[in-house]
Design a protein around this ligand. Sequence first.
Ligand SMILES: C=C(O[C@@H]1C=C(C(=O)O)C=C[C@H]1O)C(=O)O
Length: 360
Amino acid sequence: MPKTLSELRAGIDQVDRELLALLNRRAALANEVGEIKRAEGSPVFRPEREAQVINGLQSANPGPLKDRNVAHIWREIMSACRALEAPQRVAYLGPAGTFSEAAALQFFGSSIEHVPCVSIDEVFRATAAGTAEYGVVPVENSTEGVVARSLDLFLGSPLHIVGETSLLVRHNLLRQSNSLEGVQAVLAHPQALAQCQGWLNNHLPDVERRAVSSNAEGARLAAGNPAWAGIASDRAATEFGLHIAAHAIQDDAFNRTRFAVVCLPQTLAAPEASGKDCVSLIVSVPNRPGAVHDILVPLKHHGVSMTRFESRPARSGQWEYYFYIDLQGHPSQPHVAAALKDLQSLCAFYKVLGTYPLGE
Ligand SMILES: C=C(O[C@@H]1C=C(C(=O)O)C=C[C@H]1O)C(=O)O
């Protein structure tokens, strides 16, 4: 005899009571961990431990819950547990409703103190000055390429990278009503206008496109004028009380942005190995034939995979470059340590930006 709806709901209520008791037991344990950390003066946030918790649960997950959802649920549970130890202050490019804020929430969960900043420079400054313990900065977009300002700021910054996360950037057309009728101007950041130009050409061909400082600012302005629309995230719609007149209007369905999580080394030293790690470096090589080729040799020789290789001008006027390199692995692994040592000996400039667990 199949169970009735009310019997099934009674079952869910029972499971929820058990989950609540278990979650509170978990929180109490995290609180005890917090006491030990306070006594030791060690950091609250341990990204490699959180990565291990999630990887372990995903490997043990029998379903029907999807691994992706297991990760999201536990990130939120760990965020709440961490906040009992001490809420972490996180700086990002604001205002509320930006993709940088969404990236910060995806990485740290929602139990954080928000430190919205007016620019990427300000995120670096606020984090270096201790206004925030952590900063979240965009480094790369799958359609637009590198975020040059972030890469340039890394060069002279005392901050290092302790984590990464990547976000599907889905743009929506937001306005006071949920139709496209009567839109006279679309207000958004130039990058969002560019990423949606195909859709705008098709659906709003004769409508003015106006560049503003951020998508959240465009949404804020659209909330004050029925003839204006913004292009922004789902969160911005909620934040400014707007309707989503059209969903996912970006021309590339898989438009992703990658973000780095940064902090001072005294806030958190390089995370220990989680099992799936990455090392980010900036190097420059002497200006002679074959120099770039030479720095790749130790990687091949020691069997280390390179997952990223970007160049930025060194601004010396000499056609010299800094190379931004991501390697797979952790310096505690002998083959990675050996490759780094050989690589360093070939470089005119060598800076480890960070060692951290690979993000989603
Ligand atoms: C409880 C701890 O502190 C924090 C919270 C964690 C959790 O809830 O599992 C894991 C790592 C830390 O960021 C810990 O270090 O184990």
